[in-house]
Design a protein. Structure first.
Length: 364
């Protein structure tokens, strides 16, 4: 009888200790970690085991009890799978929240934005020079290119190369947008996504194009879209600018668009375009040559592609910048010349009185 009483007391003590230990463990597991006063970044590398990660989190002063953490996951979360990636633990996370984040597979996302109207080299410069991306090869400034052609022409899809014929020029073949990536992703994977997005957008727009347009292929429409993108200051004018260019092509008039000339000048362009530049013949000089330039001159957005394939009807053949981002459109050379005098010559005089500025001459 005495033995039974002793055993009962011991059992009560044991159950009490188990309850107390369970309470302590549960409190630890679900309580905010007060020492985490700021968000923490942590990367799970490929091949990492959970015990090693728990010990590493302890070494980095994120988790306090790595053994307890490992035992909890083993016994109470048997289906837990550790996912490779970079994770962000919010300030005052609990151990339970940290484990949920590590098993979510939702890595920290970074982003790079390719802007409409920028050229291939400018697009590459949009990549960050930090360690979030893996590059092809690094130059002294941390970027991954020798020339845009060397970096990007190798990844052009067969469908794009077929449209270009024998060329593998990368200009214009990447859709401007914001692209998200995780640490360790390759820059080439982002470029490939942008390239495939452009192919898809161009194919969809080409399939729904207006009839009777003066383009031999979707690639010529892409070239036209790049001209429209560079000439457009006010978004609502895209279709009007497209209409001017299309009518000039149909009438065998030279396009006479400055951005194409500037593109052909390359590094020789120093911020101003002179009369001699307009007379100097290059493959991209639309003042000396009829038709479209041989390649796009920038990355057009989808809206510019749509405008190229749905130009606004009308009789205008010229336009001139008004100085506020918009243009004045004219149907005759006489009207256009009057608009040039009104807007550009007057603006030039105003600029001389204030500060130097580049005066832009558009179609005509």
């Amino acid at each position: 009888m005495k033995l039974i009483k002793i055993l009962s007391i011991l059992l009560i003590i044991l159950l009490g200790l188990m309850f107390f230990a369970s309470k302590l463990v549960t409190t630890y597991w679900y309580s905010p970690l007060k020492h985490l006063t700021e968000p923490q970044l942590y990367t799970v590398a490929s091949g990492s085991g959970f015990n090693a990660v728990a010990n590493d989190l302890s070494a980095k002063n994120i988790l306090k009890r790595p053994l307890l953490t490992s035992l909890w996951v083993r016994f109470f979360e048997p289906d837990f799978l550790l996912k490779v990636g970079e994770y962000r633990f919010p300030a005052f996370s609990s151990p339970a929240q940290i484990i949920d984040i590590l098993g979510s597979g939702v890595s920290l996302q970074y982003k790079v934005t390719f802007v409409e109207g920028e050229n291939a080299l400018q697009m590459l410069m949009r990549f960050p020079s930090n360690d979030t991306l893996e590059f092809f090869s690094l130059d002294q400034e941390g970027h991954s290119f020798d020339t845009p052609q060397q970096v990007m022409s190798e990844m052009l899809a067969p469908s794009a190369i077929e449209l270009m014929g024998t060329s593998t020029h990368p200009e214009g073949w990447f859709l401007p947008d914001t692209y998200f990536y995780s640490r360790g992703d390759r820059a080439s994977s982002i470029l490939l996504r942008a390239h495939l997005a452009m192919i898809e957008a161009l194919a969809e727009e080409w399939a729904a194009r207006d009839q009777g347009l003066p383009y031999k292929s979707a690639y010529e429409a892409l070239i036209m879209a790049s001209l429209i993108e560079k000439e457009t200051g006010a978004a609502y004018e895209r279709a009007q600018i497209a209409g001017v260019f299309v009518r000039r092509l149909e009438k065998r008039m030279r396009l006479q668009t400055d951005p194409s000339v500037i593109y052909g000048m390359g590094a020789k362009y120093k911020g101003n375009i002179r009369r001699a530049d307009l007379k100097r013949d290059t493959a991209y000089n639309t003042y000396t040559r009829h038709g479209l330039p041989p390649t796009p001159i920038a990355m057009p957005g989808r809206a510019a592609i749509h405008a190229a394939l749905h130009p606004l009807d009308g009789d205008t053949l010229y336009f001139v910048a008004k100085g506020d981002g918009s243009h004045y459109f004219s149907a005759t050379l006489k009207e256009h010349q009057a608009a040039v005098r009104k807007y550009q010559i007057k603006q030039r005089r105003a600029n001389y009185r204030s500060a130097p500025a580049v005066i832009k001459v558009d179609a005509g």
